[in-house]
Design a protein around this ligand. Structure first.
Ligand SMILES: [Zn+2]
Length: 374
């Protein structure tokens, strides 16, 4: 029986070089649409039930973050609900995935996808709460809705912003937001109630709908890296940032959290704003209080491993969290979740995944509350 590789579905991305031999399936990563970034993959294999499939990704060494393949294992799923890690090796050039599927059809991906359907379902589900408004901010380039979830009373004193998936391939970011929103709307959660007494939350679960559906790692439909657009967003090439930035200008911001995934580091960490000119003692104190509280709230969060403070010197204010920290003088953080695993608490079966991201999103309520009390 012949085998088949396909990728023409939500977030699908791969190029087939040769799929005639199940023991040597040859594939290539493909670039983001209209940009040179290359890392995300998501494809389906049919016809290999009970056969030892060997999948070789020939150009893995040319990926944008090739070091991201060291210690990395691909995820697979039969039903696209339950994802598990599979044997993966990288020799510096070619990445080889080995798996013997139990079913006729199996999917492989860079990370557990967060589908557009799930995104719409999330908006629909939280939107039924009396505490929530689902706001349309405008259209993306491909004509999708850019939505924001407002939780709580807009007249509350403090304004908290959470945005996710500026980099669309970092699907763990939207899993995290789902966890945060569900915890916030749980009437039995006392932390959520205390937060909503003090603040209104503006949450953009998916900043980059087009890139998500197109199967891009970092860019939108115009090839823009949204996390480099915050100085001068354009309605033509980066409307997603344009609309959100405008809304922040309108309502203000007391705490800003931008959720991402990191290809290389197997840890959860934040990048702060301490390198900004004019970063005050008050900001330092408040940023530290948030970080300490997050450490206490979730053993998955840590501060030992992360970025050097100088990592983004040149583009500094083009980045969302730096731009906001600079403009609003508030706690403004980029939160990074791993593609691989949390090396402090590895899970051999699933690695870091959607559920663990959701749990972290729940735990994030504690540092949010700490920050509001400061
Ligand atoms: Zn990112």
């Amino acid at each position: 029986m012949s085998i088949k590789i396909s990728q023409n579905f939500d977030a699908g991305a791969i190029e087939v070089v040769n799929a005639s031999d199940v023991n040597n399936i040859e594939l290539n990563l493909r670039k983001d649409s209209h940009a040179d970034f290359m890392q995300w993959f998501y494809f389906r294999l049919q016809g290999a039930r009970n056969q030892d499939a060997t999948i070789r990704i020939l150009n893995a060494g040319d990926a944008t973050y090739a070091d991201g393949w060291d210690g990395y294992r691909a995820v697979a799923s039969y039903d696209r609900e339950n994802w598990f890690r599979v044997e993966t090796e990288f020799d510096g050039k070619v990445m080889t995935i080995k798996h013997t599927p139990d079913a006729d059809s199996v999917y492989f991906a860079y990370f557990e996808p967060y589908s557009w359907e799930r995104h719409l379902a999330l908006l629909g589900s939280v939107g039924q709460s009396e505490q929530v408004s689902v706001v349309d901010l405008g259209n993306t380039i491909d004509g999708r809705d850019l939505n924001m979830v407002v939780v709580g009373n807009p007249s509350a004193e403090k304004k908290v912003w959470i945005i996710a998936r500026q980099h669309p391939g970092e699907s763990m970011a939207e899993w995290l937001v789902e966890g945060t929103l569900n915890a916030l709307l749980d009437p039995a959660n006392p932390i959520a109630r205390a937060i909503l007494d003090r603040a209104v939350l503006y949450v953009v679960p998916n900043m980059n709908p087009d890139g998500s559906v197109r199967g891009n790692l970092r860019t939108n439909a115009a090839g823009a890296n949204l996390n480099r657009e915050w100085m001068t967003p354009s309605l033509v090439t980066s409307p997603e940032v344009y609309y959100v930035k405008k809304k922040i200008e309108e309502v203000g911001c007391d705490l800003f959290l931008d959720i991402h995934g990191d290809e290389g580091l197997p840890y959860v960490f934040v990048a702060g704003s301490e390198m900004l000119e004019g970063f005050s003692e008050k900001q330092t104190r408040e940023q530290n209080a948030f970080v300490d509280s997050f450490c206490a709230a979730s053993p998955d969060f840590q501060t030992k491993f992360g970025y050097e403070a100088s990592k983004y010197n040149e583009d500094l204010l083009k980045l969302a969290s730096k731009y906001i920290g600079h403009t609003y003088k508030c706690v403004s953080l980029t939160l990074e979740l791993p593609f691989k695993d949390n090396a402090n608490m590895p899970d051999l079966e699933v690695g870091w995944d959607g559920m663990r991201s959701m749990k972290l999103g729940e735990a994030m309520l504690q540092p949010i509350l700490t920050s509001l009390k400061a």
